[in-house]
Design a protein around this ligand. Structure first.
Ligand code: ZN
Ligand code: ZN
Length: 367
């Protein structure tokens, strides 16, 4: 079938909208989704810029939302016409998948970054195969092939485009808080970097009853918006002794929990140094390969600290996304405060606005 897709051609070239072919030959366990919307996540840009060296040209996009047009052999629980959110893919067979930790699937990189699919990506352009199946979807397109494992059915009354970012960015930030740090009511938490992931972490911290929620960023307008979604304090990320400034807000002895979404080594160090004794930190960014974090041993060991790397919020999407949808229905996940919509053909404008910080979370509408 003919589809329209945005292809990443080279690091220094904008996304190009093309008309290409998508095979409608579904393998067992696969579904064909008519994409209504897709969020743009930093991982899309990291691949386009080749900070993650995945071969180009490739169709990216991994926060797709749409309607199932067809189900492949062996798919149960999903049918034509279902509204779905797409999330990351996993093999379902390895030990981590069987233990309910698909974010750490043995095949995570091959499936999600390299888009390995039996029989190829299914995408063809000018007679040659085009890279796709990114995060088992490649949703910068009007149609996508996904799997029953990485789509999550949601109510038909829900706004698909607004909920699209649940599949990666929101799940990552909210999951780090709800699934990993699990703060007690009244706890203190600091969120370093308040893009979409950090904003989701703040919303989740508010849900758990954290009494002190500190947002750290270098952009004033982001800090204002962070207060709007639940931050109780804000700190300018350029403050000279950042760790000390944040620690002072956690009853003087440091904060109970922290999250770093920046991957910037000095900021990561501050996100650990601001913790109180036996505090815990979640590290969720994916900085370029070879990045090292400077951590003072006496702080880590003497403080009895826990520092945890977290992929996709430690979530099982089919279980976690419906919980986030429930919060959204109750008005407790104010995504409208961080999402900005763009028509599909304005994808490069959306990327630019995201990079300059003019907006928090761009979502492309396909029609
Ligand atoms: Zn697996
Ligand atoms: Zn992502």
């Amino acid at each position: 079938m003919k589809i329209t897709a945005a292809v990443a051609v080279a690091p220094d070239r904008p996304f190009e909208l093309i008309s290409c072919d998508l095979s409608d030959d579904l393998a067992p366990g696969e579904v064909l989704v008519r994409v209504e919307a897709c969020g743009i996540c930093h991982t899309d840009l990291a691949v386009k810029l080749q900070h993650i060296p995945v071969p180009l040209p490739k169709i990216l996009g991994h926060e797709g939302a749409g309607v199932i047009e067809r189900v492949g052999p062996g798919v149960v629980g999903l049918s034509e016409g279902d509204s779905v959110l797409m999330s990351f893919g996993s093999c379902g067979a390895c030990g981590q998948c069987q233990l309910g930790a698909p974010g750490y699937c043995d095949e995570f990189g091959m499936i999600n970054l390299f888009g390995q699919r039996r029989g190829g990506s299914g995408l063809r352009y000018r007679g040659a195969e085009l890279g796709g199946y990114f995060f088992a979807q490649s949703a910068f397109a009007t149609h996508a092939i996904a799997t029953a494992r990485n789509v999550v059915k949601i109510g038909k009354d829900l706004p698909l485009a607004l909920l699209a970012p649940l599949g990666c960015g929101i799940q990552t930030g909210a999951g780090a808080v709800l699934n990993v740090l699990s703060p007690r009511p009244g706890a203190s938490i600091a969120v370093f970097g308040v893009g979409a992931v950090g904003m989701a972490a703040i919303m989740a911290a508010k849900l758990t009853g954290c009494s002190t929620i500190v947002a750290v960023d270098i952009r004033d307008e982001r800090l204002v918006r962070a207060r709007d979604v639940g931050a109780t304090h804000t700190v300018d990320g350029r403050t000279s002794d950042l760790a000390k400034a944040v620690a002072a807000l956690g009853s003087g002895r440091g904060v109970d929990h922290s999250i770093d979404t920046t991957g910037v080594p000095e900021v990561v160090a501050a996100s650990i140094a601001c913790l109180r004794q036996r505090g815990s930190s979640a590290q969720v960014a994916a900085p370029p390969r070879g990045t090292r974090f400077p951590v003072e041993a006496s702080v880590l060991v003497g403080g009895g600290l826990t520092v945890r790397g977290v992929v996709e919020g430690d979530a099982v999407p089919t279980i976690f996304l419906p919980r986030l949808v429930d919060f959204f229905r109750q008005g407790r996940l104010p995504l409208d405060k961080i999402v900005s919509f763009y028509p599909f053909d304005k994808i490069n404008q959306a990327v630019e606005d995201m990079e300059t910080g003019a907006i928090v979370k761009p979502v492309l509408r396909m029609n």
